[in-house]
Design a protein around this ligand. Structure first.
Ligand SMILES: Cc1cc2nc3c(=O)[nH]c(=O)nc-3n(C[C@H](O)[C@H](O)[C@H](O)COP(=O)(O)O)c2cc1C
Ligand code: SF4
Length: 441
């Protein structure tokens, strides 16, 4: 039997106005912060360490450990920066969470800042999502008015300012050091590490950069305890998380479930692959994670399970593609994204992604040769591990993995002198209007 869904971050999303302070308080909102403020900050860090919460921004680094790296009694200001830049293709969990439940993020921010002794926090949101910016700003305003933010939070001597900052919309500004440069008003490009942000981050002061979902998970852990959290998922990947299913599934959306659930089980909840079609390939964690196929349907979707099967859990953005999709075309689209978003700082990524696009374009039109496949892999080899930041490695992942599983499909393009697929068949309207979307809540 499939593990049950565990609506924690997504609980109350269908309530009336769940984003308001009153709505959040009806769901025990702001009770965790009261508990946390009665604890010593180090106890809060220890609690998050004991819970085993791993960062939900992609790399899965333990959140409590990251908080523990912030040096204490160093006389410098400390900062918490929430990474809400979300823009990897397929990744779409932080935005719905912030729209439906912004106060849970604000409560997590207060607890995290108290723990790391920060008196100023920033939520860095991509500027294009104006509706999310407005929703967050309204929640922050309500939290100030209720005394959860500002001077003397809830009558204690803990002061906290929270700034919602709109970025200009660049994928690289999700990379934590580029984000810090952008927040400082510079062009967002990754910084050389060390020093790491925990030592010299925002304005060269100790800074914790955490994903929205990581910080948003903290209030529930404080409220319900370590054993409750560890009662879900596996020993090394405990807890609940948001899986985002998109593409060719009957009911795309957010499915909050214990870590370690499989795609086969999630597909049961999502109504399966769109009617009349079968699964061809899928990404376990967004476009920068090597793709999987049908043979991976039973891989446990936790950090260890996905890693052992040759990919990465990443942001748990499960993009599902059925047999109507041309894998060469999909790889080309993703590569165009990476070439466009390459910040240009280092040669392997700046030049490499450009040439990958040129070759893939030719291949999709059936104008490539088998020799070009070697060239493509050679280019990927010259990017992976040689680029300045992880965007370069991510750009190579769809190409390398598509060639691993679908080399014959590339060859078929060359043999036919064209693409064997009709792209219109993979669209949402191919089998009639809204053929695979839920039309009512
Ligand atoms: C190109 C690139 C884009 C990224 N975009 C995001 C993002 O939008 N949101 C995010 O939380 N992390 C993103 N990351 C990962 C962050 O650098 C960082 O690991 C993360 O914010 C840490 O938070 P966590 O420990 O809570 O997971 C990105 C990394 C790279 C290389
Ligand atoms: S890998 Fe790409 S995005 Fe990262 S620093 Fe180099 S050019 Fe910029």
């Amino acid at each position: 039997m499939a593990p049950e869904l565990t609506p924690v971050l997504s609980r109350g999303w269908l309530d009336s106005e769940p984003w308001t302070l009153a709505g959040y308080q009806r769901r025990d909102g702001y009770t965790a912060v009261k508990q946390a403020l009665r604890m010593h900050p180090d106890e809060v860090i220890q609690l998050v360490k004991d819970s085993g919460l791993r960062g939900r921004g992609g790399a899965g680094f333990p959140t409590g450990m990251k908080w523990g790296f912030i040096p204490q009694n160093d006389g410098k200001p400390h900062y918490l920066v929430v990474n809400a830049d979300e823009s990897e293709p397929g990744t779409c969990k932080d935005i719905p969470f912030m729209m439906a439940n912004p106060h849970e993020l604000v409560e997590g921010v207060i607890i995290a800042c108290y723990a790391i002794r920060a008196s100023h926090a920033f939520i860095y949101v991509r500027g294009e999502v104006l509706h999310v910016l407005r929703r967050l700003q309204a929640a922050v305003r309500e939290a100030y008015e209720a005394g959860f933010l500002g001077k003397g939070v809830l009558g204690t001597d803990f002061d906290l300012e929270l700034t919602v900052h709109g970025g200009a919309g660049a994928y690289i500004c999700g990379e934590e050091t580029a984000l810090l440069d952008s927040l400082e008003g510079k062009r967002g490009q990754p910084r050389l590490r060390p020093p790491f942000p925990a030592v010299a981050g925002l304005y060269a002061s100790p800074t914790c950069v955490n994903n929205v979902e990581s910080i948003g998970s903290v209030p529930a852990i404080v409220r319900n305890g370590v054993d409750w959290f560890r009662g879900m998922g596996s020993e090394k990947s405990p807890g609940f998380t948001l899986y985002s299913l998109s593409g060719h599934v009957k009911y795309p959306g957010q499915y909050e479930a214990p870590l370690g659930i499989t795609l086969r089980e999630l597909l049961d909840y999502a109504g399966g692959v769109r009617p009349g079609h079968r699964l061809k390939f899928w990404t376990p964690g967004g476009s920068s994670t090597p793709m999987f196929t049908e043979e991976h349907l039973d891989v446990p979707l936790d950090y260890e399970g996905v890693g052992a099967a040759g990919s990465m859990l990443g942001t748990k953005a499960l993009q599902i593609f059925d047999e109507t999709t041309c894998v060469v075309r999909a790889a080309l689209r993703w590569t165009e994204f990476y070439a466009h978003e390459s910040c240009g700082k280092c040669t392997p990524c700046r030049e490499g992604t450009y040439w990958l696009v040129q070759i893939l374009k030719r291949m999709e039109k059936g104008e490539g040769t088998e020799e070009d496949l070697g060239k493509l892999l050679d280019l990927c080899d010259n990017i992976v591990g040689k680029a300045f930041c992880a965007l370069g490695d991510g750009a190579a992942a769809p190409i390398q993995s598509s060639l691993k599983y679908f080399r014959d499909e590339y060859l078929e393009h060359f043999e036919r002198g064209g693409c064997p697929f009709d792209p219109s068949l993979s669209t949402a309207w191919a089998d009639g209007p809204l053929s695979f979307a839920r039309t009512s809540a």
